[in-house]
Ligand binder design. Structure first.
Ligand SMILES: Nc1ncnc2c1ncn2[C@@H]1O[C@H](COP(=O)(O)OP(=O)(O)OP(=O)(O)O)[C@@H](O)[C@H]1O
Length: 675
């Protein structure tokens, strides 16, 4: 709705502007006496308006005739009989409305603004005296701000052929010595910055409304943000000082359209918080704190007014945020109107008296006003402003950059998580595919087995049928039993077929599942081409690792075989060794048996045939293994004298050649274990 200017520039649009001609302009001070309100029916009236410029405060008894509204005067009270006469630029009695006040004291500020002068209007007075009623009004009675802006827009419309206007507005409040932007309620407390004689509010937003309606809407929004709390004197008491500012850039052109002059003027409209007695706050801690701050700032304002009125060199503007903000309006370059609002009720006796005294003193303040003409050296102000804006933009951009960096970091983390999640999904799909493939393989195997089985069964069945047929033809077997057999076979065959069908169905399901999983995988791969490619890389690597591991396994197996073989050889050798030992042992035993036999034969011969004693007749040849039948002297190796038994054939007696009895008589057996 509003074009935001984004400027924090406060009261000093004229920072580097040069004055054309300096004029001494006294503060215009008007007093407005509000009527006694419904709840003040029994109150005494402390003010009597004498003329358009004078009033009497605390009139004496003889002057205390009932006023036009039938109220008596406080002349006969303890604090009466003062008969103080005050004169001001204008006095508005209780019968005057906002339009009267506007027409007689404010309307002329429009001409001053368009002529190039800064203007300030502020409402001053105790709580419940009618400041807000005067400045803002209500739906039935528009306030001075509305009336002034409304006239200004009409004037702008009338003069747009010769003057072009650019209007910016801002609205702030000073509450408990903190400055808040009422048009950006979420903003923090704002800081005041001084640039020479001018005051800037850092971070204050300026808006560019396109119509009077927009201005009033913004004003309304700002008012809704303003701090208000009920007090004894006012149910809707404003507990802050509100400053509404309008900055106008005026560009005058001649009949040819050439720029004649440029002015940047400022109109400040201030609704001050009302002073009050601490006792009137019912001892509420927050209200007391507020009241103390309000009173402190109003006291600082009173001191500034006093210093300015007495022409002192030092004006204590820095004593409060309010006086710092009003520096331009009080004693500075501004045509200023002070509206002192007072209540005629004797309940506000002290406050009214003080207000009238300060207002009277303020009349002596003379501001130095000069036309604010935008000249080349004003460019410096513009540049300062631009610099200020650029700095703020840099700060904003830096903050945005930081925010973006954080967002990118967060996004990266999320993407990583996403990728991991996708990988997990892929793994799950792959597992599904694998199990589907395995199920398919099992089902295929089962189907093949069943088919084979069925074929085999069918063949056997056919065979049996044939056999039965044959038996039927030749044997006694009746038709009925053959039929039964056939029936049983058919049942078995049907069950086998059913099994086959079920297996085929399983196979189909497995196929479908595999297909679906493959499709899922394909889709996933399309969606996640990159992680898939990466995965393929991983799989390739895995394949390489697998072939490597196969190779290692082969090597291990080979080694294993080798060691098994070696073990077998060792076993064989051991067996061989054992069998050799056995043979030797058998040979020895055989040899002994032969010796015994020879002995026996020899005895028999000696007894029966009267043979010569072998010792006498035949010296037996010493036993040599050459005599054994297994000994073979190779014709080409006559020198070989080593006994090499023919291992598989055990040595037996029947293999020994017939020999003379004496030949064995003195034989000695070979040592056990020798070859
Ligand atoms: N001229 C007037 N005519 C009729 N009623 C008035 C007039 N001035 C003030 N009032 C009424 O007096 C009451 C107090 O007025 P207002 O809120 O404007 O006081 P105030 O000075 O702004 O007080 P505070 O400082 O506590 O905010 C209101 O109900 C208002 O309607």
């Amino acid at each position: 709705m509003y074009a935001c200017q984004g400027s924090s520039q406060g009261s000093g649009s004229t920072a580097s502007s040069k004055s054309s001609a300096v004029q001494r302009a006294p503060l215009k001070v008007v007093v407005r006496v509000r009527p006694l309100l419904g709840n003040e029916a029994r109150a005494w009236n402390t003010i009597r308006v004498l003329s358009e410029q004078t009033l009497m405060f605390g009139p004496k008894v003889e002057n205390a005739a009932a006023d036009a509204w039938g109220h008596g005067f406080a002349g006969d009270g303890a604090r009466g009989n003062k008969d103080l006469i005050f004169s001001f630029d204008r006095v508005f009695g209780p019968d005057c409305n906002n339009r009267d006040v506007y027409g007689a004291s404010i309307q002329e500020t429009i001409s001053k603004l368009i002529d190039g002068f800064n203007c300030s209007i502020f409402a001053y007075g105790p709580t419940g005296s009618g400041k807000t009623h005067t400045m803002l009004g209500n739906p039935d009675e528009k306030g001075l701000i509305y009336l002034l802006l409304s006239d200004m827009y009409t004037r702008i419309q009338n003069e747009k052929s010769i003057i072009s206007f650019v209007i910016n507005i801002s609205y702030l409040e000073v509450y408990n010595e903190n400055v808040r932007d009422l048009l950006s309620p979420n903003s923090n407390c704002l800081k005041l910055q001084e640039d020479g004689s001018e005051i800037f509010v850092q971070g204050l937003r300026w808006f560019c409304p396109s119509s009077l309606e927009q201005v009033m809407l913004m004003l309304q929004n700002g008012n809704s943000q303003r701090t208000q709390h009920p007090t004894d004197a006012n149910a809707e008491s404003s507990r802050s000082h509100a400053v509404f500012q309008v900055r106008m850039k005026l560009t005058r052109k001649d009949e040819n359209g050439s720029v004649v002059s440029k002015n940047v003027v400022r109109l400040s409209m201030i609704d001050l918080a009302g002073s009050e007695r601490a006792a009137a706050n019912n001892n509420n801690a927050q209200r007391l704190h507020e009241g103390a701050n309000i009173n402190k700032s109003l006291l600082a304002l009173g001191n500034c007014i006093q210093s300015l009125a007495f022409g002192r060199n030092h004006v204590p503007y820095r004593d409060s945020k309010l006086t710092r903000l009003l520096k331009g309006a009080l004693g500075g370059n501004s045509y200023t109107v002070m509206i002192a609002n007072v209540s005629p009720s004797n309940r506000a006796y002290e406050e009214t008296c003080n207000t009238l005294r300060y207002a009277s003193r303020a009349k002596d303040i003379k501001n130095c006003i000069r036309k604010v003409v935008e000249k080349p050296d004003c460019v410096v102000a513009g540049l300062n402003l631009a610099l200020d804006q650029a700095r703020r933009k840099i700060a904003t951009l830096t903050a945005e950059k930081e925010e973006l960096r954080n967002k990118i970091l967060a996004a990266e983390t999320t993407q990583k998580d996403d990728l991991l999640e996708k990988m997990e999904t892929l793994l799950t799909i792959m597992k599904d595919v694998l199990s589907a493939k395995q199920a398919e393989a099992i089902a295929t195997d089962l189907a093949a087995t069943l088919e084979c089985h069925l074929e085999e069964m069918s063949a056997r069945y056919d065979e049996k049928i044939e056999k039965i047929q044959r038996l039927k033809s030749f044997a006694l077997c009746g038709d009925i039993s053959v039929e039964k057999i056939q029936e049983q076979r058919a049942v078995k065959c049907a069950s086998m077929k059913a099994q086959l069908r079920a297996a085929k169905l399983e196979l189909k399901k497995a196929n479908d599942a595999a297909l679906a999983a493959e499709l899922d995988l394909e889709q996933w791969l399309v969606e996640n081409e990159k992680p898939w490619t990466d995965l393929i890389g991983v799989f390739k690597q895995l394949k390489e690792y697998k072939s490597l591991s196969n190779f290692v396994v082969c090597q291990v197996q080979k080694n294993h075989c080798k060691s098994a073989l070696e073990k077998k050889v060792t076993e064989k050798n051991e067996l061989h060794q054992m069998s050799r030992c056995n043979v030797t042992r058998e040979m020895i035993s055989n040899y002994r048996k032969i010796q015994d036999l020879i002995k026996n034969n020899h005895q028999d011969a000696s007894e029966g045939l009267q043979l010569q004693s072998p010792t006498e007749q035949h010296q037996p040849q010493p036993f040599s293994f050459r005599d054994t039948p297994s000994y073979k002297v190779h014709p080409h190796n006559q020198r070989a004298a080593t006994y090499r038994p023919h291992m598989p054939t055990p040595f037996t007696l029947k293999d020994t050649p017939p020999r003379s009895k004496t030949a064995y008589s003195n034989c000695t057996p070979p040592a056990a274990g020798s070859e």
